[in-house]
Each structure stands twice: as structure tokens, then as C-alpha cells.
Design a protein around this ligand. Structure first.
Ligand SMILES: Cc1cc2nc3c(=O)[nH]c(=O)nc-3n(C[C@H](O)[C@H](O)[C@H](O)COP(=O)(O)OP(=O)(O)OC[C@H]3O[C@@H](n4cnc5c(N)ncnc54)[C@H](O)[C@@H]3O)c2cc1C
Length: 453
């Protein structure tokens, strides 16, 4: 067994491990060993479907020290008028560049791809079988988000012989071979599969969309960097907070927030029970509404050659239909752990669905603070949302975290200068005032509503 020494052992070279290491090597002189079972940095993006794009603008994704993309506004397509979204190839090339041109030449990062971490500082090469043991001051778990995607996880339902089912990764390859498509899954991946089919001229009446739960969506126009959006975003947030503060109960809260347009839904007749911070543009939503065959009969249990068996009923299908597996869990809601725990660290989201920002911010706190209790107070995890009630939990947790960060002058300064933080205006930018009143009223109301559950 080869013995290695480093200040930090980072397990996982996905987006979070990369964003964490970037700030660590920028702000300290620490040495790092990075281990990942994949062959290239970027984590799940290496196995993503070929037509995926970031669901948020590139301008605040990646690592803090290097811009991703060209910071341009799309002039066409269903994201028109909003900041560009990197493709998976761009994301993977970007992380590879960060590793090859920045981390490794620094001489302070050693990278071990295609290696399985086995715990207690030990890992093994999956190709050569060579074993390593790392003596590190701290071990950083950058795998905890546990991302599962359709390409690498089998469908959570049975597929009988004769029925056709494939992950959405195969849609371009299988184009033209089937006369119907059944998209199984109502999350962001399912939306992407539907949009891919519609963008390529598939008749919406030849698509069935299996939707065990309807989802609340975030309007991507509200998740934009750049001064031209700030006023609209701030006014929208104030309205959302006023709606929350005035809500009589949880149903009333969603009615009021729905009326502000801060949350969107597919069907005005159906109240969603899912919230996983999927983003959509209004143009995409108009497209998705063209699909009229939405099946709301629970989860799929089995696909037979002539029938799809769901929890609450059966619908017909055929052997000339492709069932598109979009039913992987994506990011699961995992219990919150202390980010700092002696010689172990567990990277988690500190702002809903802003994993790379959170990993970078955690590294800054690690680099600049000593007291573990204080570090954990600053880095309070915001578990990934799943149900509509999680919208309340994450709104409360985000607001509380942001308020305490802004009261700390040093942290507020870092946030203003961080390219991964699109929500704290940069220094010198002529930004409109954000009225704190509605936020201060919404926080206790959220606490009361959640306490009643
Ligand atoms: C389709 C899709 C679109 C998304 N779009 C956005 C977006 O626009 N913006 C956004 O902020 N987020 C987005 N996300 C969320 C996204 O998952 C995070 O941004 C981020 O990529 C998560 O990175 P990660 O490093 O936590 O996880 P991963 O990418 O899963 O990286 C973890 C790594 O750890 C490795 N690993 C795990 N266990 C071991 C072990 N025992 N030994 C060795 N290696 C191990 C894995 O191989 C993997 O490479 C999207 C997610 C999906 C699925």
C-alpha cells in the first residue's frame, strides 16, 4: 500500500469537490489529494444525457476562480432573453480544464481518478488494483449529495419482455424508431425529455407524460445574474415574502405565492405536491402545456407490452412505443449533518439547490475561521427539497442563513465578490434597495406554519 500525505483528502471530484478545492487552494497554501471513481472531474455531468443544459445560468456555476461560458444572453430558443446555459460537454470540458490547467500545475493537488474510496483514508485504483492510504488533516466528503441519474440507475419499475424502455440519454440515438413516446417522471429530467421531443417536431399528442406528482417550478427569469434583472427579482421576492407573511395556512400560502407568479405550475387545475427547485422558462412551460396526455395515476409499477401498470390504474401502451426512463431520484433529500465534525467535513447545500456556491463558501469558512461551533453555525445545511412543504423549509433556511452572513462584514464582502453568488449584488453595482420588512415578517410566519405540522 502506497502512503500519501496531504492537508486535505477530498473524496469526489464532482462539481462540489471541485468548487471546494478551488477556494481552498486559492485562499490557503493547503495540499489536497482528490479521489474519484469516475475517469474525469465533473461527477454526474460525465454521464448526463447529451441534450442536457445547466438549469441555471452558466455565469454562476463551476468554480469561483474561473468563469464558465461567455456571459451572453440567449438570442433564440426557449431560454431567449435569459443568460446562457452550458451544455454537459461544456461543463465537463470546463472542470477538466480546471483540473489540468489550474489544480495540477499548482503542485498542491494530486488527483486519483478511477479510484474507489473505501473509508479510513484508503482507496484503491479500479484499473490497476493499487492501494493507497492518505494521512490527511481532514477528510472532505464531496459525495453526500448522492446524485443519481437515469443513465446509471435502472428504472424503479419492471419492464416485461417485448416492452421498450430506455433512459432519456438514448433519445437522440433512437430517434424515428417509435411512433409514441411515454415519458416516465415529472421532475426536471422528465421535462427535458418532453422538451427535447417537442423541439424536434414530435406531435404533442404522440407523447404521454406520466406524472406521479405535479411540481412547483421556479421561473428561470428570477434566477439571473446581472443588473438588468435585479429590480424584477427583488420586487418578486418582496411580493413572495409579503404573501408568506399574510398566509393563513399552508394552502393559503401557496395560493398567495401562486398569485405573485413566483412559483409556476403546469396545470392551473392541479395543486402540486412536489417542489425540487426545478427551473423553467415561461416559453418552456407553454410548450409543455401542449402535451395533453398527462397520466396522474401514481408511480409506474410495471410496463408490459400492451399496458402500463401504475399504482392507481392501468393505461394502454404498445410495442411500438418507447418508454423514456426519467425516474431517477436526481438529488435525494438526505438528513442534514454537521458540515464540520473534527477531522471530517461533509459538503452540503447551504442555499437551496446552489451546491457549487455552497461548497465554495464552505471552503472559505474553513480557510478563515477556527471555531468549529461558529463554522457550523455559519454553514447550516439546507437539505434538498422534495415536497411542497419543503418550499417553506428551504425559504426559511435560506433567509436565515443569508441574514446571518450579511451581518458578518467579512462574509458579506466575500459573497459580494464571489462569482458563484448571484444573489448578493457585487460591490459598486447600482442596485435597487431590497426592503427587509417583508422578510422580517415572513420568517416568524414560516416558523409558525412549520411548527403546526
Ligand atoms: C440534470 C441535472 C441538471 C442540474 N443542473 C444544475 C444547475 O443548473 N445548477 C446547479 O446548481 N445544480 C444543478 N444540478 C445539481 C447538480 O447535481 C449539482 O450542481 C452538482 O453537480 C452536484 O455535484 P456533486 O459534486 O455533489 O455530485 P456528483 O456530480 O455526483 O459528484 C460526486 C462524485 O463523487 C464520486 N464518488 C462517490 N462515491 C465515491 C467513492 N466511494 N469513491 C470515489 N468516488 C466516489 C462520484 O463518482 C462523483 O463523480 C443538476 C443536476 C442534474 C441531475
Amino acid at each position: 500500500m502506497e502512503r500519501l500525505e496531504a492537508d486535505y483528502l477530498v473524496v469526489g471530484a464532482g462539481a462540489m469537490g471541485m468548487a471546494f478545492t478551488d477556494v481552498l487552494v486559492t485562499e490557503t497554501d493547503a495540499t489536497v489529494v482528490m479521489v474519484d471513481r469516475r475517469h474525469r472531474p465533473g461527477g454526474h455531468w460525465n454521464d448526463a444525457y447529451p441534450f442536457v443544459r445547466l438549469h441555471q445560468p452558466s455565469s454562476f456555476y463551476g468554480v469561483n476562480s474561473l468563469p464558465l461560458g461567455n456571459n451572453t444572453i440567449d438570442a433564440q430558443g426557449w431560454n431567449q432573453g435569459l443568460y446562457e446555459l452550458a451544455t454537459n460537454s461544456e461543463v465537463c470540458a470546463y472542470f477538466d480544464h480546471v483540473m489540468q490547467r489550474r489544480f495540477l500545475p499548482s503542485g498542491r493537488v494530486r488527483y486519483f481518478p478511477v479510484c474507489e474510496y473505501r473509508g479510513d483514508g484508503c482507496f484503491v485504483s479500479l484499473l490497476s488494483g493499487d492501494e493507497y492510504e492518505v494521512a490527511a488533516r481532514k477528510t472532505v466528503d464531496a459525495t453526500y449529495m448522492d446524485v443519481t441519474i437515469p443513465a446509471v440507475s435502472p428504472p424503479p419499475f419492471e419492464v416485461a419482455d417485448g416492452a421498450h424502455c430506455a433512459p432519456l440519454n438514448d433519445l437522440p440515438r433512437l430517434a424515428g424508431r417509435f411512433d409514441r413516446h411515454v415519458v416516465v417522471g415529472a421532475g426536471k429530467t422528465g421535462m427535458d425529455a418532453c422538451l427535447f421531443l417537442l423541439a424536434h417536431g414530435v406531435d404533442p399528442d404522440a407523447i404521454d407524460w406520466i406524472m406521479p406528482r405535479d411540481s412547483w417550478y421556479l421561473d428561470r427569469a428570477n434566477i439571473q445574474p446581472g443588473g438588468e434583472f435585479t429590480d424584477r427579482i427583488f420586487r418578486g421576492l418582496e411580493n413572495q415574502m409579503r404573501a408568506i407573511a399574510e398566509a393563513e395556512d399552508i394552502d393559503d400560502l401557496f395560493e398567495r405565492v401562486d398569485a405573485t407568479g413566483q412559483l409556476l405550475r403546469l396545470d392551473s387545475e392541479v395543486w402540486p405536491t412536489m417542489y425540487r427547485c426545478a427551473t423553467v422558462t415561461r416559453a418552456e412551460l407553454d410548450q409543455l402545456r401542449r402535451i395533453r396526455n398527462v397520466v396522474r395515476l401514481g408511480h409506474v409499477e410495471r410496463i408490459e407490452p400492451d399496458a402500463i401498470v401504475l399504482e392507481e390504474g392501468t393505461v394502454p401502451t404498445s410495442t411500438t412505443t418507447l418508454h423514456v426512463h426519467c425516474a431517477a431520484d436526481g438529488l435525494t433529500r438526505r438528513p442534514a449533518l454537521p458540515v464540520f465534525d473534527g477531522d471530517a467535513m461533509t459538503l452540503q447545500a447551504l442555499r437551496t439547490c446552489q451546491q457549487v456556491f455552497s461548497a465554495a463558501f464552505t471552503a472559505h469558512v474553513e480557510a478563515t475561521r477556527d471555531d468549529e461551533a461558529e463554522k457550523n453555525r455559519i454553514c447550516t445545511p439546507v437539505p434538498h427539497p422534495d415536497t411542497h412543504v419543503d418550499f417553506l423549509r428551504t425559504t426559511l433556511a435560506n433567509t436565515t442563513n443569508q441574514a446571518q452572513w450579511m451581518m458578518d462584514e467579512e462574509l458579506a464582502g466575500w459573497l459580494r465578490n464571489s462569482r458563484l453568488d448571484a444573489f448578493t449584488p457585487p460591490p459598486g453595482e447600482d442596485v435597487p434597495e431590497l426592503d427587509p420588512g417583508p422578510f422580517l415578517e415572513a420568517i416568524p410566519r414560516l416558523e409558525e406554519l412549520l411548527a403546526d405540522l
